[in-house]
Design a protein around this ligand. Structure first.
Ligand code: PLP
Length: 378
């Protein structure tokens, strides 16, 4: 039997309990029932964001929350710092340009992490930068940054720190309030175990003060409108209420497991894939690997696109390939959400088998054994 398994870094697999919620009849959103659900969901979102601040839910993919965090914060002509070390960092730069910001781009080699010192130097050079845009887990290169250290640097300046946490929230340690992240943004189809369609962001008091004095050229994603509606557990426009209802189920699963445990287990799965891959002679692309997604370089003589296609066609494992300069070079595995140790072993086993099918000299089982050792360790 051919059994497809979704292991791409988004969309990720949705738990059956959540899928059942999605099958319920559509209800109306301007009701006490919806407001009650939305209150519960918002409080659960505050838990995964690790914040006491309100979390705003927008109907759209994660990029909508990114757009909101640029359009509401940076007025045309104001300086923003965009750190670009991959495809999603590039999105910050493009958004800044689209909204008329004076974008200072810091280009980082793909697969490396920007440091707090580099951010401090950029802010020293251009003290009129009003906001710094980083990517906590750069999915295109499977690279994580030290967001806590960066936040400590930005907190000492008037600038607002905005972080794309689309593949970190709910998968990797991210503490909005304790670390001082002014605006973390995420989307529904990654670690939050939901289909695509919802975008989330929260804003610190410092961020809200900047938003209040910024004349934003934005309508649907105008943050103060979401703030006003949320005071009544409501949304300014028709929300994807079916998704919001289902989100309660997925977030309750995270809460029941415990966020810290979810972080630890995600990290363990990532380590297992890294160790399993190394044991069969493959290399991890990133020098600062993320725990939510791993990029493995295809072995010499094997085309990464072919590897990605073989993994799906022959073994049903739906991964992601490489983007832009990494196209044909890497395959990317997700460790987020509704996956367990046995899914992880299947990822490594599939990698071994597909590489061997494509002519690489692989000792079948060596990778699985190394991965299993990591997964079995306490
Ligand atoms: C780190 C990161 N940022 C931004 C995005 C874009 O999110 P969306 O496709 O939900 O708009 C993604 C999606 O893969 C991502 O992984």
């Amino acid at each position: 039997m051919y059994k497809p398994r979704l292991f791409a870094p988004g969309p990720t697999v949705v738990p059956p309990e959540t899928l059942l919620e999605l099958a319920r009849p559509v209800t109306h959103h301007r009701t006490a029932e919806f407001r009650d659900t939305f209150k519960q969901v918002t409080e659960l979102l505050q838990y995964v964001f690790q914040t006491k601040r309100p979390v705003y839910t927008m109907t759209g993919s994660g990029s909508l929350a990114m757009e909101a965090s640029v359009a509401n914060v940076v007025a045309p002509g104001e300086k923003m710092l965009a750190v670009v070390g991959g495809k999603f960092g590039e999105r910050w730069q493009k958004l800044g340009l689209a909204f008329g910001a004076n974008v200072i781009t810091m280009t980082i080699p793909w697969g490396t992490a920007v440091t707090a010192d580099q951010i401090a130097a950029a802010l020293k050079k251009d003290p009129d930068i009003v906001a710094v845009y980083v990517t906590h887990s750069e999915t295109s290169t499977a690279t994580a940054i030290d967001l806590k250290a960066i936040a400590a640097v930005v907190a000492k300046t008037p600038a607002v720190l905005v972080s794309d946490c689309i593949t970190s929230i709910g998968a990797m340690e991210m503490r909005m309030d304790d670390w001082g992240i002014d605006i973390p943004v995420t989307g529904s189809q990654k670690a939050l175990m939901l289909p695509p369609g919802l975008a989330f962001l929260s804003c610190s008091e410092k961020a809200m003060a900047k938003i209040a004095k910024t004349k934003a050229h934005v309508f649907y994603a105008k943050i103060p409108a979401y703030e006003k509606s949320l005071a009544d557990w409501d949304t300014p426009y028709t929300p994807a209420n079916t998704l919001i209802l289902a989100l309660r189920t997925s977030l309750n699963m995270i809460k029941a497991e415990g966020l810290e445990k979810v972080w630890t287990e995600t990290a363990k799965r990532a380590k297992a894939v890294r160790e399993g891959s190394k044991a069969i002679g493959l290399k991890v692309f990133s020098q600062s690997p993320s725990d939510s997604v791993t990029a493995i370089l295809a072995p010499d003589g094997v085309d990464g696109e072919n590897l990605y296609k073989t993994l799906y066609k022959s073994y049903g494992l739906r991964l992601a390939g490489g983007q832009d300069s990494l196209k044909g070079k890497v395959v990317r595995f997700s460790h987020m959400g509704y996956v367990d140790a046995f899914d992880t072993l299947a990822q490594v086993a599939g990698l071994e088998m597909a590489c061997r099918d494509l002519g690489a000299k692989i000792e079948i089982g060596a990778g699985v054994a190394a991965a299993q050792k990591v997964l079995a360790s306490s």
